[in-house]
Design a protein around this ligand. Structure first.
Ligand code: C2E
Ligand code: MG
Ligand code: MG
Ligand code: MG
Length: 281
């Protein structure tokens, strides 16, 4: 078709590509500046016990509001930092902030932090992560690292080494977005995880699509057998929470329990739950 429309059409395409490249370079520059200027923030979303709703920990989620572009999703800027080779810098900045915030929470609460799949291809990730914890003073046993199946597939040997080094130090490993991507149950055999997070795609359809309910039921049963903890992601309604409870799921996360909020609002949220006890030591 583009042949018949002639040269003009092709010019339009290539100028669109050029524009797209300029835009992503601008985005890259803005993100690099934001990291330097401490303008990338981290928010926290509660992970709760489904039986009584008490908070067990928080997942750290990167947040960036650019003065010109406004809110930019981490689903955009995390992959950009991966592509342009500065995900380590971004991630270490975020972990530093998240760990400092976690120090102000009651000690029984854990911090869950997303590692990028690119970081799982670099053997130094384990020691760099542990160095940040030591630097901030957060016990490794309070950290959960969320990784995806893609991450462990990219470079299996390196990923195995990173996971075992971190677990030896007391850090727990969660398999994020379980059930999506190139899922393979073999992954649960080849790698050692502590926790599985069932992807939001299954949870959002769980009360309307019997197939989803069967899949989630099977995942929960399998994880119980493998002695893996299970978190259901993206719970938005009480009906979903109720059904998951009935299926034997112990932990949940989602807008129904709390949206991601900044460190100050997280402390306010906690002080309500902990009955106004003084949280800042
Ligand atoms: P994720 O790790 O699976 O995080 C869960 C995502 O689901 C978050 O999106 C969260 O805000 C959203 N969410 C939680 N509950 C609900 C709900 O009830 N309904 C709906 N519709 N959404 C819900 P967010 O914050 O936009 O992050 C998107 C993805 O970006 C994350 O998916 C993660 O893969 C990545 N990401 C975010 N922060 C970081 C980070 O610090 N480092 C790395 N490497 N990746 C990050
Ligand atoms: Mg996650
Ligand atoms: Mg997830
Ligand atoms: Mg995700």
């Amino acid at each position: 078709r583009s042949k018949r429309r002639g040269r003009g059409q092709i010019t339009v395409y290539s100028s669109e590509i050029a524009q797209e490249m300029r835009r992503s370079t601008q985005l890259e520059q803005a993100l690099r500046n934001a990291i330097i200027n401490d303008a990338v923030d981290v928010h926290f979303q509660p992970i709760v016990a489904l039986d009584d709703g008490r908070t067990l920990g928080f997942e750290a989620l990167a947040r960036w509001i650019d003065p010109d572009m406004g809110f930019v999703s981490p689903a955009i800027f995390v992959p950009l930092a991966e592509e342009r080779g500065f995900i380590d810098t971004l991630s270490e900045t975020l972990l530093h902030k998240a760990a400092e915030a976690a120090l102000t929470w009651p000690r029984e609460l854990f911090l869950s932090f997303n590692l990028s799949s690119v970081q799982m291809t670099d053997a130094a990730t384990a020691s760099r992560t542990l160095a940040i914890l030591a630097n901030v003073g957060l016990e490794p046993s309070r950290l959960d690292l969320e990784i995806t199946e893609t991450a462990v597939m990219l470079s299996a040997v390196t990923a195995t080494n990173i996971i075992s080094e971190l677990r030896q130090a007391g850090v727990r490993i969660s398999l994020d977005d379980f059930g999506t991507g190139q899922s393979s149950l073999g992954r649960l055999r080849d790698f050692t995880f502590d926790k599985v997070k069932i992807d939001r795609a299954f949870i959002s359809a769980i009360t309307t699509d019997p197939t989803c309910e069967h899949i989630v039921r099977a995942i929960i049963t399998m994880c119980q057998g493998l002695q893996l903890e299970v978190v259901a992601e993206g719970i938005e309604t009480e009906a979903e929470a109720e059904l998951l409870r009935d299926l034997g799921c112990l932990m949940g996360q989602g807008y129904h329990f709390g949206k991601p909020v900044d460190a100050m609002a997280t402390l306010r949220y906690l002080s309500r739950q902990y009955n106004n006890m003084s949280l800042i030591q």
